[in-house]
Design a protein around this ligand. Structure first.
Ligand SMILES: *Cc1c(COP(=O)(O)O)cnc(C)c1O
Length: 361
């Protein structure tokens, strides 16, 4: 970590989000670490080359690391972070992962398995006993909580204890909850992965990923792999992601308040067969009463809600997940995942309710 990490008493998340990863408060220093565009540096120092180090990455890494309570490494995308972590396991190793995990993660596991690189056992993360049983002989236990888009919640602490007992590393993809709502490293989890693209950057204009850990050896190995693979972010992306992170707590609070209110109202609408909301966060999944056709109609009938993939931006978006061939067949055809933004909840509801009303009249 750089010298810019604030020392002294432990601060709360909102304060850390605003202050971590700043240059020192000395005369003439800017408040924010500037973007350093450099492919190489004058030799003899610690930076050397642009694939190994960049001061703008370091500022971002200090801030997200401080929020998660570990050391952070930034990556070119969430998937660059995911695949670099999956590459930690030895040849033929067993990896346990959620059957309703992020499709890219499940696809990467399938790809590695088809090439004999590892074996993947997909589990229902809500069935703690089954996940604990699957830990036997595993090298890595991958968790998402809540899962995407089923919004299932795992018992992270219990599963982590069982996985460690079995000698496996535990990873939590914390993209949905963010460190504002959940800090898995505090539960003993070894690695936290982020699609920074989503809530952390938060404005639908950056693609970036990150891995956080308290294990110095894991950090060293992952940095070595990242530098060799070259899965590094561009400096401007790191700057924008850090700009976004400064308001993470406010955006998550507002998105969560809007999501909780919409989940309550959606449950009473006759066009909605089911509402899935884990009780926290800004993502709500609904299952349309009329299945795939109704769901496809819904996402084209709104004026404020935008039909788009991805999530975690300030603006509200939604999509029918099974439109993707890679989505798990156990996800209902009519499931629409809503990424609730930070707009006025009444405007969001009026737009959504109007489109839902059209489905039943
Ligand atoms: C989007 C996403 C990813 C992949 O991140 P990219 O930045 O798109 O590469 C990984 N995990 C989860 C939970 C995601 O939502």
């Amino acid at each position: 970590m750089s010298d810019a990490v604030p020392t002294g008493p432990a601060r709360r998340a909102a304060t850390v989000a605003v202050h971590a990863g700043r240059p020192p408060h000395t005369s003439d220093q800017p408040f924010s670490t500037p973007v350093t565009f450099a492919s190489t540096y004058v030799a003899g120092g610690e930076l050397e080359y642009g694939r190994y180090a960049n001061p703008t990455w370091t500022a971002f890494e200090d801030a997200l690391g401080a929020l998660e309570g570990g050391r952070c490494l930034s990556f070119a995308s969430g998937m660059a972070a995911v695949t670099t972590v999956l590459d930690l396991v030895g040849l033929g190793a067993k990896v346990v992962a959620p059957r309703h995990g992020y499709t890219g993660t499940v696809m990467a596991l399938g790809d590695l398995e088809s090439r004999g690189r590892l074996t993947a056992e997909l589990v229902d993360v809500t069935d703690t006993a089954a996940v604990v049983a699957a830990c036997d002989g595993a090298a890595l236990v991958w968790l998402e909580s809540p899962t995407n888009p089923a919004l299932e919640v795992a018992d992270v602490a219990t599963i982590t204890a069982a996985a460690h007992e079995a000698g496996a590393y535990v990873v939590v993809d914390n993209t949905f909850a963010t460190p504002v709502l959940q800090r898995p490293l505090e539960d003993g989890v070894d690695l936290v992965v982020h699609s920074v693209t989503k809530y952390v950057a938060g404005h639908s204009d950056v693609l970036m990923g990150a891995v956080c850990t308290r294990d110095e050896e894991l950090h060293r190995v992952l940095k070595g792999r990242r530098d060799l693979v070259g899965a590094v972010p561009a400096p401007m992306e790191a700057f924008l992601a850090l700009r976004g992170l400064r308001t993470l707590h406010l955006r998550v609070e507002r998105a969560q308040a809007n999501a909780a209110e919409l989940a309550r109202r959606l449950a009473d609408h006759p066009a909605v067969a089911e509402v899935r909301y884990p009780g926290f966060g800004g993502i709500v999944s609904i299952v349309a009463e009329g299945g795939a056709i109704a769901a496809d109609l819904l996402v084209h009938k709104t004026s404020l809600w935008v039909h788009a993939t991805s999530l975690g931006g300030v603006e509200s978006t939604f999509e029918r997940r099974r439109r993707w061939r890679a989505e798990a067949p156990t996800i209902p055809e009519g499931l629409v995942r809503l990424s609730v933004g930070i707009e006025d909840v009444e405007d969001l509801w009026e737009d959504l309710r109007g489109a839902l009303d059209d489905l039943v009249t």
